[in-house]
Write a new protein. Structure first.
Length: 276
């Protein structure tokens, strides 16, 4: 299986791909990731040099207690940097958003992947992805914001898998190929820290229907449980790789690239991989 867009194909199972984060917001929870629009191209080039094989652009913070902004302002923050980065680097570009309106504009202006953080498996996102040949990342939230927690009577893994099945059916109805889908269990969204640990520990139990799986836990609250969010991130990422994660969404690209390379050598047995 591959994770594919109109322009790019990422073979799955051979290695872990690193998705570098570019936050075009003044209120992202990890201050070091905040990138003013005038510095977006420089940051993108830097992350690719550090080993990012995909880039994820966000123009609205999903941090706990962040104030939501309308889609018009999100688009205003996003589109010029997106177009400039598209000209500057040759890697898949992802845009994370709640809004189908922003997703459509992103697809029309160079985005390859729509990172749907609405938590709703929105058919509008699927239709836009199908129309433009984009990948669609679908994130589970339990119907809650990152500052809230949901109840999972049958356990968090059962709820994530139920949601993934729903999203897969929506994608099929929209005419999306399975290779265009990627599933994100939404660590840190609608979950207690124990729920987060369960997802990390049992990443192998997530049913993605053979599609790509994304681990997006970089510097989140669960990684602070050990007292160091970078160390916590790298350790949790390695556990997710052992469980079959294909893509890591990260702030610290160089460190994540090195950690993933070592985890691939151990868990994927890729003795001959060249990560240089």
């Amino acid at each position: 299986m591959n994770f594919s867009t109109k322009r790019y194909t990422l073979p799955l199972g051979q290695k872990t791909y690193i998705m570098g984060i570019i936050n075009l917001t003044p209120d992202s929870f990890f201050e070091a990731s905040r990138t003013p629009p005038c510095a977006a191209v420089e940051r993108a080039v830097e992350l690719v040099k550090q080993g990012a094989e995909l880039l994820d652009l966000g123009a609205q913070s999903t941090a706990p207690n962040s104030a939501p902004i309308p889609f018009e302002l999100e688009a205003e923050r996003l589109l010029e940097p997106l177009r400039a980065i598209r000209r500057a680097v040759d890697v898949p570009l992802s845009v994370d958003t709640f809004f189908p309106e922003v997703a459509r504009l992103a697809a029309e202006n160079g985005a390859d992947i729509l990172n749907d953080v609405s938590g709703s498996a929105n058919r509008a996102f699927a239709d836009i992805a199908a129309e433009h040949g984009c990948g669609w990342i679908v994130m589970h939230t339990g119907g809650k914001k990152s500052s809230e927690t949901a109840a999972y009577p049958n356990g968090v893994l059962a709820d994530v898998n139920r949601f993934f099945a729903q999203a897969f059916a929506v994608a099929q109805a929209a005419g999306l190929d399975a290779a265009q889908l990627c599933f994100d269990p939404g660590i840190g969204f609608g979950k207690t820290r124990q729920d987060d640990l369960t997802v990390i520990r049992r990443f192998d139990a997530l049913n993605s229907f053979g599609c790509a799986r994304l681990a997006a836990l970089s510097r989140k609250r669960v990684t602070a449980l050990c007292g160091d969010t970078l160390v916590g991130t790298l350790t949790a990422d390695a556990a997710c790789i052992q469980g079959g994660a294909d893509i890591l969404r990260v702030h610290d690209v160089a460190q994540a690239r090195a950690g993933a390379a070592m985890a691939d050598l151990i868990f994927r047995k890729q003795e001959n991989c060249n990560y240089g």
